[in-house]
Design a protein around this ligand. Structure first.
Ligand code: COA
Ligand code: ZN
Length: 305
């Protein structure tokens, strides 16, 4: 064992996009700067989407302008179209995270496009990034299930994976379980096949804990050979355009579990817990994360407490 795993933080994007209140720009910057010192490998800073669709992230460019970069961290941004890519490149994103849903219905709901139209936008974006050192990751939202269509057929998922890798020649791919419909057996089967298809492709899995299967799905993905995991501090998160969406798997809970098992993440769980404790003040409510409330398994109590 002792495999090295990458932890990628998405709280300021996936986490904040669904909060009913606008998190002040300065607070976003402060949190990103602090997260940059925890050992996470990548931070999804924000989205370059329509401010009408996601007003919570309308300050994307200002956030990018003001963060202090840690050279060991990749600063990425979600992008659905050419306009978003232009804004992300201008803002100096290290990576562009293209997003399209495998489900036709969810893609229309989320970005008002058919999958064909999304792929067309992506080809235009790749003309802009070619020859630059901007990394382009492709996310496949609703990779496992869709709130409108149910389980996504494997064949359809691998068709789009192949398009991303062979036609678009993207640098890396993320399989996202947008509304927590994946289960461990499905994850293990699908991820084994993906790894078999493209053994050298960097693959991330992005799970939501909507039905309590998030961390179980992580173990299933590890069993299939996946080493990169998105997670959100406090377990915040969710897609505003998917009914019933709830939080991502919680970063501190994930790292706490992986530490207990003995995987190497290089992430300081105590720093994460300290930051997670500050979230309720920002969002005006409790967070779904559990370790921040229960403490770590190594935090013992005196018997007479
Ligand atoms: N950034 C900023 N503004 C953008 C934009 C972008 N990436 N893309 C489009 N816009 C603006 C246009 O300039 C236009 O503005 P106007 O009304 O002031 O002229 C308006 O948005 C509509 O543009 P259009 O190209 O017709 O977009 P649309 O209405 O078809 O919406 C998206 C498409 C993708 C822009 C929109 O659905 C979106 O932003 N979705 C967000 C999805 C998301 O973040 N989901 C959660 C994460 S998975
Ligand atoms: Zn998500």
């Amino acid at each position: 064992m002792n495999r090295k795993l990458h932890i990628q933080e998405v709280v300021t994007r996936d986490g904040f996009q669904i909060e009913p209140i606008f998190i002040p720009t300065a607070e976003k910057v402060k949190l990103i700067n602090a997260l940059s010192q925890t050992g996470v490998r990548k931070i999804e800073v924000t989205s370059f989407v329509s401010p009408k669709a996601v007003p919570q992230l309308k300050d994307a460019a200002t956030v990018f302008e003001n963060i202090e970069r840690n050279e060991h961290v990749t600063y990425t941004a979600l992008v659905p179209n050419v306009k978003g890519a232009i804004r992300a490149i201008e803002a100096g994103a290290d990576e562009i995270n293209l997003v399209m849903s495998v489900s036709e219905s969810h893609n229309i709901k989320n970005v008002q496009k058919t999958t064909e139209q999304s792929l067309h936008e992506f080809k235009e974006i790749l003309k802009m990034t070619k020859g630059t050192n901007i990394v382009v990751n492709g996310s496949l939202a609703t990779s496992f299930g869709c709130p409108f269509e149910g389980e996504i057929p494997e064949q359809r998922l691998f068709h789009f994976l192949q398009t991303y890798v062979e036609e678009l020649e993207l640098d890396s791919v993320t399989f996202a379980d947008t509304t927590g419909m994946a289960h461990p057996r499905q994850v293990e089967n699908r991820m084994k096949k993906a790894v078999e298809m493209y053994p050298t492709l960097p693959i991330t899995v992005h799970f939501h804990n909507t039905r309590g299967m998030g961390l179980a799905n992580v173990i299933a993905a590890i069993n299939a050979g996946i080493t990169r995991f998105d997670a959100a501090l406090g377990g915040l998160g969710g897609c505003p355009f998917a009914p019933g969406a709830t939080g991502n798997i919680c970063t501190e809970d994930l790292v706490h579990m992986l530490d207990a098992i003995g995987y190497e993440t290089a992430v300081d769980v105590d720093k994460l817990i300290a930051l997670s404790k500050q979230l309720p003040k920002l969002i005006g409510k409790d967070v779904p994360g559990q370790v921040v409330k229960a403490g770590k398994i190594t935090d013992l109590h005196p018997m007479d407490e």
